[in-house]
Design a protein around this ligand. Structure first.
Ligand code: ADP
Ligand code: MG
Length: 661
């Protein structure tokens, strides 16, 4: 058999099975070998029942006794069986798997994969994920209708010996230099791992290939951008100095450096592509404005795209004040269309509709880029491809992530602390400390200081998931409970299922003091800015990423009064506790994002659906060491000329949708 043969050559693969595999894009044996598992279940940890640790996946092996079933309060079928080994016994539990009742027989031996859970109401059971036959590693494949996991596992196993014929993509010198194994070995290692080390080596090769593909694509993209060429900006330093001197405040050192970096980046003879990061209130407007002044002085026009009408109007006004009478600033929104013959044009989405009407555009600034999609940026670039591009954002993006996701952008970090914003005191608390938290809230309410209560869920789910008991607090239930705890306070609930017009009304009531306590899901993260609010409680804080929590707490501390953020920790999870303690200590969004990246992955920082992240199956952007190594290598290859490495072209991915989504 050859790897180019159809999978129907494998024993037991008929037309039906082949058809189902076809849906997964698998036609040949080679395709099958590259149907890589989504994950590998570690069923190698055979543990004694007495030494099981809660929350840790393990395999137990023992004798069945006392099989019984009952309905839970929420109506699901719970099957329990006593399992005994030489160290002790435990109740194994399954939800909604009626067929097991005839299979679990008193006195028989059974091997179970799952984990012990602290649920005193159920006698701390062993929640079973699977009944298994042998201890080891089990690859879990992307399944599809009509194709069971077990069938895929069996068929792939037959093909594994043929993996020896799969050629390498990485040239030998790279494999050697980076201590990587051959593709053939790696395929055997993921489909049929014998031990953890084999698995790790296999994963490392696939991660490396994947990341190199991304890094090369980004590198080539950058090269292409530079090859475009363009006018070299002539910088009038004196003019800019005079402008800065006339500002109503002194620039911070960080602002000076950032502005100068951005301007220099526009003088390289090709269009600059840059992201300016700074926390909310760090003064990004004036930094981008200095860059804009450099362009205007050289005879160019500047377009500034802003997410909302209010912000656009504010920006246009404050920019006009800062630049004075000599320059023309105009505003273009859905309601208002001032002249397109201005030096600096501030606008909302409405600006995009007339983007083609502007000439001499030297710089496009997209303010708060995370609020826009890739499409908006592409519209601007289509009409003004030679213009420099400056994106600003308040979403902290660690360098290692920026390098990959925003690889075709240079990054400027504005790290000075905004002077006028107060530090918010952050406190973790456990349920038994709740009375003192409530007392503090009462004190604040009596001083007419409104606040927020954030919950992870809208309402309790009716359907418990298979393995988890829903312990999340909900907006609806908490609003009701708080009404009892805070007599006299006006409490309102707000969440995504409330119609938009009603939400606007509730927010208005909150802003104007007709509501004291806003119980909300994380929707408040975007948009609300009530300077009177001085407190926040986040329920089940352990369920959120550090970046999310940091942004949530940024909703308080916006006025003169000292503010506090209480993080409630309901689950006794030591790791989660340590993670949350970082919030008590650090007020630095970038530092927290770094921690998030290594602890929870990039989806947490960028928001998985709108990040525009390429789907990385093996590589982790949190693996700084590999990211650094691979990006350095890619740089070298791109400089050398990718033509010298023909096989590497197979790794290239589409990256133009990456940044700024
Ligand atoms: P953001 O980074 O969120 O866009 P802004 O540019 O809107 O922040 O700045 C926030 C406020 O801080 C503005 O009112 C601005 O005038 C003010 N500001 C900016 N830089 C300084 C500075 N160096 N000294 C004092 N105030 C400043
Ligand atoms: Mg801003």
């Amino acid at each position: 058999m050859k790897i180019s043969d159809s999978i129907t050559k494998l024993p037991g693969v008929g037309a039906n099975t082949a058809g189902s595999f076809g849906k997964l894009g698998v036609k040949t044996i080679k395709d099958l070998l590259f149907l890589l598992p989504n994950r590998i279940e570690d069923q190698s940890n055979l543990a004694k029942i007495a030494s099981l640790r809660s929350g840790e996946e393990a395999v137990i092996s023992g004798k069945i006794s006392k099989v019984f079933s009952r309905r839970t309060k929420r109506g699901s079928l719970l099957i329990e069986a006593r399992i005994t080994d030489e160290s002790g016994s435990i109740n194994a539990a399954w939800f909604n798997q009626r067929f097991l009742l005839s299979q679990l027989k008193d006195g028989e031996q059974i091997m179970l994969f799952g984990s012990k859970k602290i649920a005193p109401s159920m006698g701390n059971p062993f929640i079973v994920k699977k009944i298994i036959k042998s201890v080891g590693y089990s690859p879990i494949y992307p399944a599809t209708q009509g194709l069971y996991q077990g069938v895929i596992q069996r068929i792939v196993k037959q093909a594994v010996p043929l993996a020896k014929d799969v050629p390498d993509i990485l040239p030998p010198q790279i494999l050697k230099g980076s201590k990587l194994i051959h593709r053939s070995e790696a395929l055997m290692g993921v489909h049929d791992p014998k031990n953890q080390q084999e698995l790790d080596r296999a994963r490392r090769l696939f991660a490396f290939e994947e990341l190199l593909g991304l890094a090369l694509s980004v590198g080539l993209n950058k090269q292409e951008q530079r090859a475009k060429g363009g006018d070299k900006l002539i910088i009038d330093t004196d003019y800019l100095k005079r402008f800065v001197a006339k500002l109503p405040f002194t620039l911070t050192a960080g602002q000076r450096q950032a502005a100068w970096g951005i301007i220099k980046g526009m003088a390289n003879g090709y269009p600059a592509n840059r992201l300016l990061y700074g926390e909310v209130g760090s003064g990004k407007t004036v930094v981008s404005l200095i860059a804009a002044m450099a362009i205007v002085r050289a005879g160019g026009r500047v377009l500034i795209l802003v997410p909302t009408t209010t912000l656009a109007a504010q920006q246009a006004k404050s920019i006009q004040e800062m630049v004075g009478k000599d320059l023309r600033v105009s505003l273009i929104t859905g309601h208002k269309k001032e002249t397109i013959e201005a030096d600096i044009i501030v606008g909302t989405h409405a600006l995009l509709n007339i983007a083609d009407q502007f000439d001499r555009v030297g710089l496009v600034i997209i303010d708060e880029q995370q609020r826009f999609g890739v499409r908006q940026r592409q519209i601007l670039l289509r009409h003004h491809g030679q213009a420099h591009l400056l994106l600003t954002t308040a979403t902290p993006i660690p360098r290692s992530l920026a390098q990959t996701v925003f690889g075709n952008l240079e990054i400027t970090y504005l790290l000075d602390k905004p002077a006028h914003q107060q530090r918010v005191t952050t406190k973790l608390f456990l349920d038994e400390q709740r009375p003192s938290v409530v007392a503090e809230i009462r004190r604040r309410l009596s001083r007419s200081e409104p606040g927020y209560v954030i919950c992870p869920a809208i309402a309790k789910t009716d359907q418990p998931t298979l393995l988890e008991i829903d312990e999340r607090k909900s907006v609806i239930a908490e609003a009701k409970k708080l009404a009892g705890e805070l007599p006299g306070a006006k409490i309102a609930a707000i969440h995504g299922k409330i119609p938009a017009d009603q939400r606007v009304e509730i927010l208005g009531d909150f802003m104007e003091g007709r509501v004291d306590v806003l119980v909300s899901t994380t929707v408040v993260e975007v948009g609300i800015d009530n300077p009177n609010a001085t407190w926040m409680i986040v329920e089940n804080a352990e369920m959120f990423g550090l970046s999310t929590l940091h942004q949530l707490r940024g909703r308080v501390g916006r006025g003169q009064k000292a503010s506090v953020c209480f993080l409630s920790q309901t689950l006794f999870d030591e790791k989660a506790g340590q993670r949350l303690e970082m919030l008590e200590k650090s007020d630095n969004g970038l530092e927290l994002a770094e921690a998030d990246l290594s602890l929870r992955g990039p989806g947490e920082i960028l928001g998985s659906e709108q990040s525009g992240l390429p789907s990385l199956r093996f590589a982790s952007l949190g693996d700084k060491k590999m990211v650094t190594e691979v990006f350095a290598l890619a740089d070298k290859i791109v400089n050398d000329g990718i033509e010298k490495y023909p096989t590497l072209k197979k790794l290239l991915v589409k990256v133009d949708g990456l940044a700024a989504s």
